[in-house]
Design a protein around this ligand. Structure first.
Ligand SMILES: NC(=O)c1ccc[n+]([C@@H]2O[C@H](COP(=O)([O-])OP(=O)(O)OC[C@H]3O[C@@H](n4cnc5c(N)ncnc54)[C@H](OP(=O)(O)O)[C@@H]3O)[C@@H](O)[C@H]2O)c1
Length: 409
């Protein structure tokens, strides 16, 4: 039995290591490539050693999950004579980078050590001075990196600086694991679009509510706690207008280590939501994505509310999702959690905008031909048009099953 995912909470070191181990279990589509890596690793004892320490750095990085926005998670270990002398991770945006934290903890012992770091050290002045300087000054003799900086402006720059200082540099050790760990950040840096996760809780017969529209509760306590941890890792959470009208959800994070409140977004072309809905009154940012055509009417209705109106193109009652994602990406939203309902889920799948799914299966039958299913819309004609999912993990949450997977592009 696989234990519930710990992502979103701050795990202990042991939990982090076991978490990263499961996080990096290669999905089916990567299995061949990992197998080849393993063969290579067995040929070279050094590669195996590098992998062990890099795994430790990945586990350190994992402790920053949900806390570093809009920066990536990064972890670092300093190793000398086969022993770990210090470790660090990026704890919060603007805080010390992982390498610098490890170097500070190690003090003079850093001289002559090997640094294992999950992402290429930075080489420019940002919120903090460049890590390449700290590495040079500390007298580190070798730097092993998992993934290079995804930003084309900086890619390879830090590595070049280190090499020119006579530091041995190796890259690509557990690169795929490091890229998976920062999948949302990587997508956003490359495309300026948020990474979209669609979460749904459905009965075995595919229903997300009863025929009277009651969805409390399809899921159990463990699943709901898990959803709160998932929310804590997101920059924004989105629902459709009908979900707001039927459920009046708060979309807040009620557990998980929170350093920010995810934005709450409702899709509502004509602004039919009630200004007194919970999401418009909780702390943090609430956005109503409506149609440009109805903006003046909607702004009048919400004039006394602190909701932010986002005016987008729309057609047949649906706001333009591509435009919405571009706008959110430009505002620094790296990750977006779509929480339904069925119409919204269909729109996101139909537009090819879902990156990952988190599907909770409740062992119950709800029935009813008019009860909402997890994906509504007009659907497809032929089965080969279906959105295909590459499952990567099955987890038991009490007596509920959680299926995680990626949408095949
Ligand atoms: N079990 C779960 O995990 C779960 C999660 C969420 C919701 N629910 C349940 O699902 C039910 C609501 O689901 P639903 O399918 O009826 O509605 P929904 O997906 O919550 O909302 C759909 C409505 O949002 C508006 N909208 C604006 N832009 C859109 C776009 N681009 N794509 C799609 N919709 C857009 C449209 O309203 P107009 O056309 O009227 O403007 C549309 O009818 C409720 O009973 C709720 O309790 C269950």
């Amino acid at each position: 039995m696989i234990k519930p995912s710990l992502r979103g909470s701050i795990p202990s070191k042991a939990e982090a290591i076991s978490e990263i181990a499961s996080l990096t279990r290669p999905p089916q589509f990567l299995a061949g490539k990992f197998a080849r890596n393993d063969v290579k690793a067995q040929r070279s004892g050094m590669t195996v050693t590098h992998q062990v320490w890099m795994r430790c750095s990945l586990a350190c990085a994992e402790q920053g999950r949900g806390l570093t926005h809009p920066n990536p998670m990064v972890g670092a270990c300093l190793v000398k004579n086969g022993k770990l002398i210090a470790e660090g991770f990026h704890r919060f945006f603007g805080g010390p980078h992982a390498e610098v934290e490890a170097i500070r903890k190690a003090g003079k012992r850093a001289r002559g050590a090997t640094l294992y770091v999950t992402l290429e050290p930075c080489s420019t002045y940002g919120k903090t001075p460049p890590c390449t300087e700290a590495i040079k000054t500390a007298g580190i003799k070798r730097v092993v990196v998992a993934a290079v900086d995804p930003n084309p402006k900086h890619q390879g720059r830090g590595l070049g600086i280190l090499k020119r200082c006579g530091i041995r540099v190796e890259t690509g050790i557990l690169r795929r694991e490091a890229e998976l760990q920062n999948e949302a950040f990587l997508k956003w840096v490359k495309t300026k679009l948020p990474f979209v996760t669609l979460k749904m809780a459905q009965s075995l017969d595919g229903k997300i509510a009863s025929r009277t529209g009651k969805s409390r509760w399809v899921s159990n306590v463990q699943s709901r706690n898990w959803v709160h941890r998932l929310r804590a890792q997101q920059d924004a959470i989105l629902v459709g207008k009908n979900t707001l009208l039927k459920d009046n959800p708060r979309l807040t994070v009620r557990n998980g280590k929170l350093t920010k409140t995810p934005w709450r977004i409702v899709l509502d072309e004509r602004g039919e939501s009630s200004p007194s809905a919970h999401i418009f009154h909780a702390s943090g940012v609430s956005v109503l994505a409506c149609s440009r055509k109805f903006l003046s009417r909607v702004s009048k209705k919400f004039s006394r509310s602190k909701v932010t109106l986002m005016a987008l193109d729309s057609s047949k009652g649906e706001v333009d999702l591509n435009q919405l994602l571009r706008a959110l990406g430009a505002l620094g939203i790296v990750s977006l959690l779509v929480e339904g309902g069925g119409e919204v889920a269909w729109s996101f799948f139909n537009a090819g905008l879902v990156d990952k799914i988190e599907w909770i299966l409740a062992p119950k039958i709800i029935g009813g031909r008019t009860a909402k299913t997890s994906v509504e819309g007009v659907g497809i004609n032929a089965l080969d048009e279906a959105s295909k999912i590459r499952p990567t993990r099955l987890t038991l949450l009490g007596d509920h099953l959680l299926l995680e997977g990626y949408v095949r592009s």
